[in-house]
Design a protein around this ligand. Structure first.
Ligand code: ADP
Ligand code: ASP
Ligand code: MG
Length: 412
């Protein structure tokens, strides 16, 4: 029988009623003759609460225990979903990550899936089970400890299962009815896309559009998983939602496909460091060893042998970055006059594969921001995206102005 993967995010399993509604959707697919693997998130807000408890108990926590705690939200919804399906006379059982087992690396709190053996679940399908409900977000390390896949990780669980079971499709049910040109909560003119190319979705996700976890898009692209994003709150037809697919499968598209933003960014500047060979390594190696995710980097033109070095990272990592750089200063491996952290910035990005062949997108973006009186603090570009750092208070304005200027509410 064909296998279908259906993933329900936190808001889609937030109450018993919503679990029942999701289970009905699963029932529809079972009735069509599919064996279904359901991946569930924790009830919305649960993972945040668990993370909060860990931080309050132990600010410099042992990451293995962090994973033991924060993975637990998914255990509850997996069991409840299986029970709900059983109440509907659909043979179902729940599986925690370690039971499958979802084998991952031991990088606690951001582990990667290495292997999902399909035999256990396939055997149960053979014995008449129609739905395997799997707790998303979690796995087991080679040392036998529970791991988690990073925030939003149930998306990745879902795509990895679709790849491992050669599923006909991976449907991601969420609280919006597809992927939009930008977050519909920030821009009411945002338009739902029928299709989006893997490369564009990958950029949008990594630049802040949390509708899919970046790693899930990477896996779908690599293993050619048919990936669809749709709403768990509306009746669904077979072509509902947004299909994430190869760019060759998209007939029409705008030069800019979408606008992404990341609210919680910080800009850090090392004022006056020696401009000498090896200085970038002396700064960024300790940052990397401290686990700081550096994103944009700008080095100013040197004057009298000294220069300023600016980089961006998530706000929550500022303390860690400061410690790493101050320690390097104490050890004498770098020498700066001052370390300035601006923790009130946001990153805005425009993304589109059309940029490969169209010029002028950056110029237009800068003009739009300038006409709104928004100062650009840092710029970074790649083949299909342009990102800027701006003051966080202008984030919504910038997103809306760019959405208007690139006419994203219209189909290309
Ligand atoms: P789930 O709990 O189902 O995993 P998430 O909250 O992780 O849901 O992701 C869905 C949210 O992603 C939406 O509610 C929306 O606010 C946000 N989002 C950000 N960018 C986009 C976009 N381009 N298209 C659709 N949703 C987006
Ligand atoms: N519950 C986890 C989180 O909130 C994983 C997920 O929902 O995808 O990040
Ligand atoms: Mg999510």
């Amino acid at each position: 029988m064909p296998v279908l993967v259906m993933k329900f995010g936190g808001t889609s399993v937030a109450t018993l009623d919503r679990i029942r509604r999701a289970a009905k959707r699963v029932g529809v697919e079972v009735a069509k003759g599919n064996d279904v693997i359901v991946i569930v998130s924790a009830m919305s807000g649960k993972t945040n609460e668990l993370v909060g408890w860990v931080n309050e108990t132990s600010p410099m926590f042992d990451a293995r225990e962090y994973d033991a705690v924060v993975s637990s939200g998914e255990n509850v919804t997996a069991g409840l979903m299986a029970l709900t399906l059983q109440e509907m006379d659909i043979p179902a059982r729940s599986w925690q990550g370690w039971q499958v087992p979802v084998k991952t690396t031991s990088a606690h709190s951001s582990a990667r899936i290495e292997e999902i053996p399909s035999d256990n679940i396939m055997r149960k399908f053979g014995e008449g089970m129609q739905v395997a409900v799997v707790a998303g977000f979690q796995g087991i390390s080679p040392e036998g400890r529970i791991t988690t896949l990073g925030r939003g990780g149930s998306d990745t669980t879902a795509v990895a299962f679709a790849a491992a079971f050669d599923a006909i499709r991976c449907d991601i049910y969420t609280d919006v009815d597809g992927v939009y040109t930008t977050d519909p909560r920030v821009c009411d003119k945002a338009r739902k896309l029928d299709r989006i190319a893997f490369e564009e979705m990958l950029e949008l996700a990594s630049l802040g559009a949390k509708v899919l976890q970046t790693r899930s898009v990477e896996l779908a692209m690599r293993y050619k998983v048919k990936l669809r994003v749709l709403s768990s709150f509306e009746e669904q037809s077979d072509d509902a939602g947004t299909l994430v697919c190869d760019e060759e499968d998209i007939m029409e598209s705008n030069v800019v496909a979408g606008v992404a933003f990341s609210r919680e960014e910080a800009k850090m500047t090392l004022v006056s460091v020696a401009d000498r060979p090896g200085i970038a390594a002396a700064i960024f190696v300790p940052l990397s060893e401290a686990g700081v995710n550096v994103d944009m980097i700008v080095q100013n033109i040197a004057e009298e042998g000294r220069t300023d070095m600016t980089f961006s990272c998530p706000v929550e990592q500022v303390k860690r970055a400061e410690k790493a750089l101050n320690d390097a200063q104490t050890k004498g491996s770098i020498n700066f006059h001052e370390l300035v952290a601006d923790t009130a910035v946001a990153k805005i990005s425009v993304v589109g594969i059309g940029m490969r062949s169209h010029t002028g997108v950056a110029a237009k973006m800068f003009q739009v921001l300038s006409s709104e009186g928004i100062n650009i603090k840092v710029i970074a570009t790649s083949e299909i995206k342009i990102s800027v750092l701006i003051d966080r208070k202008y984030m919504e304005l910038a997103v809306q102005a760019l959405h208007d200027a690139f006419e994203l509410e219209k189909t290309g």
